[in-house]
Write a protein that binds this ligand. Structure first.
Ligand SMILES: Cc1ncc(COP(=O)(O)O)c(C=O)c1O
Length: 380
């Protein structure tokens, strides 16, 4: 196997799902958000672990993401959190995916596809309560209701919206969005539409605002053992599921005055041992990390130095003994030391979501945990 990999602890995923599921308001179901290759953790494996631990729905963005889950034999309900492109409508119906809808074109395309397949399909109406990203604006709700009334093959099973704040559960705009959502539900009810699945909560709201649980919660980041924001770092006992590791590809003494990597941007002020680590920006270890991130080698943190290349970067371990093949940890634990996704995120000026999601498909995922054996993906 390649000497650079992401380790995924599926027991951590299962434990996080169980912890969250125990806190849900009575009657609320759990949708595990596994879009973008399960935030970099591996969609099929995470989906199985989550379904085995109490989730009953999966959520992705793209029909192609839903297809990967179906091809792996997962027959749980899968919600497409974005409306599919009209050209994908037939595939969505054939794969038994549950689409979100929010445009008249999207509604018509799905209705026609369902007609062609001689089926009725469930859809979830996505309404915009203030994020201003995707969803029917409340001012256009009547038009959407008219379009849905014409679509005889579509059944409105769900209605949902998404918060603008994923990290600040006390922000006053959360309350505004809850009110707008409730107004939207009221207006739908006035038209005789009372979908059984109303949903609004992301991880942050799931952990801190039980009144937003309604009939379903959509949990992403917390399931991966990461806090949605600094204010939520103690909101549950998170178990981070991903570690990023490698084995030292080369170890050498380099003399004072020599420069390291492209551009020789890091020049040694003393003789030092330099460890070459065999992953780079081609693996999602971004160039911006160069000279800023730290790495664990021999149970201690050391600075990464010089430019990150496509396939490697270097660490200055000073006079610490090191050998080819030594374990290098970029994210996760080594001995008593830990590098958290939040540490990497702070270094890069980003958020923990991006740190794990950006690990590219070129990095093998190595799975551990009983959840790997147990989740059979058939519990939806
Ligand atoms: C529509 C929708 N619901 C839920 C989530 C999950 O959010 P989080 O990862 O903050 O739990 C996302 C993620 O961006 C989303 O787009």
């Amino acid at each position: 196997m390649r000497p650079a990999w992401a380790e995924i602890d599926l027991d951590a995923i299962a434990a996080n799902v169980s912890t969250i599921a125990e806190r849900l308001s009575p009657g609320a179901k759990y949708l595990a958000v596994v879009k973008a290759n399960a935030y970099g953790h591996g969609d099929v494996e995470v989906a199985r672990a989550a379904l085995g631990a109490g989730a009953s729905w999966l959520g992705v963005i793209l029909p192609a993401e839903g297809k990967r889950l179906r091809d792996a034999g997962i027959d749980a309900r899968i919600l497409l959190l974005h409306e599919p492109d009209p050209t994908d409508a037939d595939a969505v119906v054939a794969l038994g995916l549950t689409p979100s809808v929010f445009t008249e074109q999207g509604i018509t395309a799905l209705d026609e596809a369902a007609e062609r397949a001689n089926k009725h399909i469930a859809v979830h109406l996505k309404i915009d309560t203030g994020l201003n990203r995707l969803g029917v604006p409340l001012g256009r709700l009547d038009q959407a209701i008219t379009a849905l009334a014409k679509a005889s093959r579509l059944e409105i099973e769900g209605v949902f919206s998404h918060f603008a704040f994923a990290d600040q559960p006390d922000h006053p705009f959360i309350g505004t969005q809850v009110e707008r959502f409730s107004d939207g539900l009221e207006r739908l009810r006035a038209h005789g539409i009372q979908p059984p699945l109303r949903h609004l909560a992301n991880s942050a709201a799931t952990l801190t605002r039980p009144e937003t649980h309604y009939d379903l919660v959509r949990v992403g980041i917390a399931m991966y053992g990461l806090a949605p924001g600094a204010a939520l770092k103690d909101a549950m006992p998170y178990r981070p599921a991903m570690s990023i590791k490698a084995r030292a590809a080369m170890v050498k003494r380099v003399t004072k005055g020599e420069g390291i990597s492209y551009g020789l941007r890091y020049v040694l002020e003393r003789d030092a041992t330099i460890v070459s680590v065999p992953l780079g920006y081609g693996d999602g270890w971004v160039r911006a990390a160069g000279g800023k991130a730290t790495a664990l080698i021999g149970g201690r943190k050391h600075p990464t130095v010089g430019t990150v290349c496509m396939d490697s970067f270097m660490v200055d371990v000073g006079d610490t003994p090191a050998d080819v093949g030594d374990e290098v940890v970029l994210l996760g634990r080594q001995g008593d030391e830990v590098i958290a996704a939040e540490d990497v995120a702070d270094t890069l000026g980003t958020i923990n979501y991006e740190v794990v999601t950006q690990v590219s498909s070129r990095m093998p995922r190595v799975y551990s945990g009983r959840a790997m054996m147990e989740g059979d993906g058939r519990q939806g």
